[in-house]
Write a protein that binds this ligand. Structure first.
Ligand SMILES: [Mg+2]
Length: 262
């Protein structure tokens, strides 16, 4: 159901990972490659390995880190723990080597969320587009370059550079200030209920949930959502006019295929 909104849309903020850039499936593809190369990892089914990896990512992620070196150390630790889960006790050197190899696979196998790039181009032709994302700045900027969207996204607000992470409303206020947008004329599009939906809402911004896997909302809050960028028209209409979930049954949290990794 489409309803009129009182404010004109002037600024659209996007999340990066699993909203525009397909982080989860890139992770999966990189792990699949590593699993082919390392016998101990092959002792576990790929799906199990992937979910465990995403769990480890989630448990490590604060959204803020001091430096790229910190991320490299965290990644090595993830592989040490992942090895543990497969009965493979590895020293720090092997963990670093494995994580570096994973990183190479990840870079090579990167992919956008289907339809995301043309969708952002279409939106950017009409209103200002910005990004609010948790991670290290250069990493996220590089993803934007990979997607061919770097020139279209301004402001690019990244947690590690700002020293504040989603869902803290302060990071959204930074985006509003730099994007010269008022909260009432802005929407935030993202896949994470906590970081993007609740975070944006806490800053007075209307969230639009990119609910790619069609899961039930974790709470009784109503939220505008779309599940695919294709076709672009309906998704764009949700940004402009909203969509009502009124009348839909609500359930407690369903488990997601992916967490909020980075
Ligand atoms: Mg995300």
């Amino acid at each position: 159901m489409v309803s009129a909104r009182p404010h004109e849309l002037r600024l659209v903020l996007f999340d990066m990972d699993d909203t525009l850039f397909d982080h989860s499936l890139t992770c999966r593809a990189a792990l699949e490659q590593l699993r082919r190369e390392e016998k101990p990892l092959a002792s576990r089914p790929l799906d199990e390995l992937w979910r465990e990896y995403l769990r480890l990512l989630e448990s490590q992620s604060s959204g803020i880190a001091a430096s790229p070196a910190t991320y490299a150390n965290l990644r090595a630790e993830r592989f040490r723990l992942l090895g543990d889960r497969c009965g493979w006790t590895m020293g720090p050197k092997i963990a670093r080597e494995l994580s570096a190899r994973y990183r190479d696979h990840y870079q090579r196998l990167r992919r956008p969320v289907p339809g995301a790039v043309p969708f952002v181009r279409r939106v950017a032709a009409r209103v200002r587009v910005g990004m609010v994302t948790n991670n290290e700045y250069r990493e996220q900027e590089e993803k934007l370059e990979f997607l061919g969207l770097r020139d279209l996204v301004d402001p690019l607000v990244v947690s590690a550079r700002e020293n504040v992470a989603k869902p803290d409303p302060r990071i959204y206020r930074i985006a509003l200030e730099r994007g010269k947008g008022r909260a009432a004329e802005t929407v935030m599009v993202g896949d994470s209920w906590r970081n993007d939906v609740l975070g944006a809402r806490s800053a007075g911004i209307r969230p639009v949930w990119f609910n790619r896997f069609g899961i039930e909302p974790p709470t009784r809050h109503q939220v505008d959502e779309f599940r695919s960028y294709r076709p672009t028209g309906p998704a764009e209409a949700v940004l402009r006019h909203g969509s009502s979930l009124a009348g839909r049954p609500f359930h407690r949290t369903a488990s997601r295929p992916s967490s909020r990794p980075r």
